[in-house]
Write a protein that binds this ligand. Structure first.
Ligand code: PLP
Length: 280
């Protein structure tokens, strides 16, 4: 399959970047993941706006307009080997002599894009739900940037694997932040609660979608700081991400969440999410 690298389409095995690329040396870059169904991008505007925000946040300037990004995503989808696909975009500051500071004259950023088959979460994940363990959030204080410096997220996910569960739920200073690569939602007394969209979480493209779906369903929705106790005593927990869509969390630290089965608020939001996909 072909990938995009710096303006050209090449075979994956032929796509090479320098060992001096600052993405390799420092993790100095950002990325984006755009899901697509039946070759139609899902919430592309939101994903491309976040891509622009990430680039701006780390001071990478590129001569690519949002129309150029959109064309790239559509070109990649046309080349995809499956109708449901994930478009991965990565931009690094480029190649330069190793020095922490930004190079005095800005190198050409490295722009990479690939598309992979997307296997949607099936009946098992939807019906059995995810198991989780809690852990302290040990990442840096700019989690709002979709940075390729993902060591903290990698270690968090490995923590889940070693605990024999599907995901982690991270807490910072006693408040809910997020999973290793997903946002976490709490249902209490019929209200959907999401953590504040500040520098401590990556605001998923599904964050505002969950808010829209909840409101359309007449389910009360609140963004606020969520203390650990409210997560432990939740009626339901859910997670969202581009690859997981929306899934129920059925256990935390070995204890059942609510009834230990996917709950009614999840079922309504899940159905609403599926309708958005079907209407693409
Ligand atoms: N939080 C983190 C740390 C992530 O890596 C992701 C990405 O999957 C999300 C949240 C969810 O974001 P999105 O809904 O845009 O996939």
């Amino acid at each position: 399959s072909l990938v995009y690298l710096n303006g050209e389409y090449v075979r994956l095995g032929d796509a090479k970047v320098s060992v001096l690329d600052r993405g390799f040396i420092f993790g100095d870059g950002i990325y984006e993941v755009v899901p697509a169904y039946a070759r139609k991008p899902f919430r592309m505007d939101g994903h491309l706006a976040r891509l622009e925000r990430s680039l701006k946040a780390i001071g990478i300037k590129l001569d690519m307009s949002s129309a150029d990004w959109e064309k790239l995503v559509r070109d990649m989808l046309a080349r995809a080997s499956s109708d449901d696909a994930m478009v991965y975009i990565q931009v690094t500051r480029g190649v330069a002599k190793r020095d922490h500071a930004f190079p005095a004259s800005a190198p050409k950023p490295t722009v990479f894009c690939m598309v992979s088959p997307f296997k949607r979460p099936g009946a098992a994940a939807r019906e059995q739900g995810y198991t989780t363990v809690s852990m302290p959030d040990e990442r840096w204080l700019h989690c709002e940037i979709k940075s390729v410096s993902l060591l903290g997220n990698v270690l968090a996910k490995q923590h889940a694997v070693e605990a024999g569960v599907d995901e982690v739920i991270q807490f910072r200073d006693g408040f809910l932040s997020e999973g290793s690569s997903c946002n976490i939602w709490v249902v209490r007394n019929g209200t959907v609660l999401g953590p504040v969209r500040d520098n401590l979480i990556l605001e998923g493209i599904r964050y505002s979608l969950m808010e829209e779906l909840a409101r359309a369903e007449g389910i009360p929705f609140e963004s606020r700081r969520i203390p650990r106790q409210e997560v432990e005593q939740a009626d339901e927990l859910m997670l969202t991400s581009a690859t997981k869509e929306v899934l129920p969390i059925v256990s935390l630290d070995g204890k059942p969440v609510g009834t230990g089965k996917p709950g009614p608020v999840y079922a309504r939001l899940r159905a609403a999410y599926d309708k958005v996909i079907a209407a693409l």
